[in-house]
Design a protein around this ligand. Structure first.
Ligand code: XLS
Ligand code: CA
Ligand code: CA
Length: 439
């Protein structure tokens, strides 16, 4: 086991059960415990987000770095990148997390020009690969950072400037190569700068055409490589751009359908992006899942009182239960997983806080999984839901839905009947049932 940066944690975090008072132990996440026909680890497929966990400094809009991070102290950028990679795998091993995710520019510093940046990336991919081989830890997804560099301030794949668009395309090509080299099971597109600040300088139709070309080129390249990797788009309505094109699950699915890209992508749904879109996490999961397009999840939470992407660690059992019900209902996440795209708060400056944060997130989802599995087994909600729709199984309901009845038939039928009698939706009763399973 790597033991350099987190020396105070001398063994992998153990499972001790819910009565344990040890803050550095799991209360619910027991990786080999069978839940239904899979282990907890197989269901949950947790992943660490390199950018927050390894690079987060505690800086915000009003103040500089506040965290102590020994692995970020080397003055040479490549040495710093190597130390950070080592810290990443040490953390993953000690947390007992099987997957990680990265942006190209997270793991390797930018060089003086594009070619140098590519060279740095290739070198760091080699370093990461060595650690992956040694530890058995795998890559959930890779992605390109198309938002940090100032050249992308007016868009990347949708930029009005052809040279900038070309740079974004080339960057994605190299990020796909890096993801493939590391055996990544998915590749994510998040368009933080794909959108607009104002329509007075923007040709929206042209930008959509550019986005289509950009995605199509990535699909073509992946196919050319023969690389079996799930492409995922991650919706978000705004931040940093005022209006982002992939604003939520429904909008993104519509975009894909409209532009002939539907079969090539699934969605990566992030909890905090759902709430920024004025929805709930479970709404976005349900929309994606209903379309057969829920590919992966960025597991975090926002703050109802703050209108931005706070990326906090998930702790709300109600929310994780809903999420796991949807995930179990669709038979799991396939090649996707639960990636903690979350950061510790500015005041949580000690590296050990990273362990508390991930332990809490993992336990919240493990508990959600247990509750969801039990509710599904007992048909705690589905029995009621099936009953609620059962009038469509026969008679006029069945005739309407099978396409057998015409409008005239329905008119005739309704005229001959008494007024409809509504059954209660029983929201409060069902809420009480859920609470009884959570406690
Ligand atoms: C930012 C996004 C980003 C993506 C990957 O809000 O969550 O981190 O997950 O580029
Ligand atoms: Ca995310
Ligand atoms: Ca986010």
């Amino acid at each position: 086991m790597i033991n350099r940066f987190f020396k105070n944690i001398d063994k992998p975090i153990p499972y001790e059960g819910k009565d344990s008072k040890n803050p550095l132990a799991f209360k619910y996440y027991d990786r080999n415990k069978k839940v239904g026909n899979k282990t907890m680890a197989e269901h949950l497929r947790f992943s660490v987000a390199f950018w927050h966990t390894m690079l987060g400094s505690g800086a915000d809009m009003f103040g500089g770095p506040s965290f102590t991070r020994e692995w970020r102290t080397a003055s040479d950028p490549m040495q710093r990148a190597k130390d950070t990679m080592e810290a990443n795998f040490e953390f993953l091993q000690k947390c007992g997390i099987d997957y990680w995710c990265f942006h190209d520019r997270d793991i390797a510093p930018e060089g003086a020009n594009f070619a140098e940046s590519c060279k740095n990336l290739e070198e760091m991919v080699g370093v990461a690969k060595k650690y992956q081989n040694e530890t058995g830890i795998k890559l959930l997804w890779g992605t390109a950072n198309l938002f940090g560099n100032a050249i992308y301030s007016q868009g990347a794949g949708s930029s009005p400037n052809a040279h900038v668009m070309a740079t974004a395309i080339a960057q994605v090509k190299n990020a796909i190569d890096a993801t493939k080299e590391l055996g990544g099971e998915n590749y994510v597109f998040w368009g933080g700068r794909e959108g607009y600040e104002t329509l007075i300088n923007t040709d929206l139709k042209k930008e959509m055409e550019k986005m289509t070309r950009f995605f199509q080129m990535a699909v073509d390249y992946k196919n050319k490589l023969g690389y079996k990797c799930q492409f995922l788009i991650e919706p978000k309505p705004c931040e940093p751009t005022k209006h982002q094109y992939d604003s939520d699950a429904a909008t993104t699915l519509y975009f894909l359908k409209e532009h002939g890209l539907y079969d090539h992508f699934k969605l990566n749904i992030e909890a905090n992006h759902a709430t920024l879109a004025g929805s709930t996490f479970e709404h976005e999961l349900a929309v994606a899942s209903a379309a057969g397009k829920l590919g992966s999840v960025d597991a975090n939470r926002g703050d109802l009182l703050l209108g931005w992407d706070t990326d906090q660690f998930p702790t709300d059992i109600y929310s994780t239960t809903f999420a796991m019900m949807i995930i179990l209902d669709q038979g799991g996440l396939g090649t996707g997983g639960l990636n903690f795209d979350a950061k510790v708060r500015r005041a949580s400056n000690d590296p050990t806080d990273l362990f508390y944060a991930h332990i809490g997130g993992m336990d919240a989802f493990a508990k959600g999984l247990l509750v969801a599995q039990k509710m599904i087994e007992d048909k705690a909600l589905s029995k009621f839901i099936d009953e609620r729709y059962s009038s469509h199984n026969s008679g006029i309901g069945q005739q309407i839905m099978s396409g057998k009845a015409t409008m005239e038939d329905v008119d005739k039928w309704v005229r001959g009947e008494k007024n409809p009698v509504l059954q209660s939706g029983r929201q409060e009763m069902l809420e009480n049932i859920i609470n009884s399973y959570i406690s």
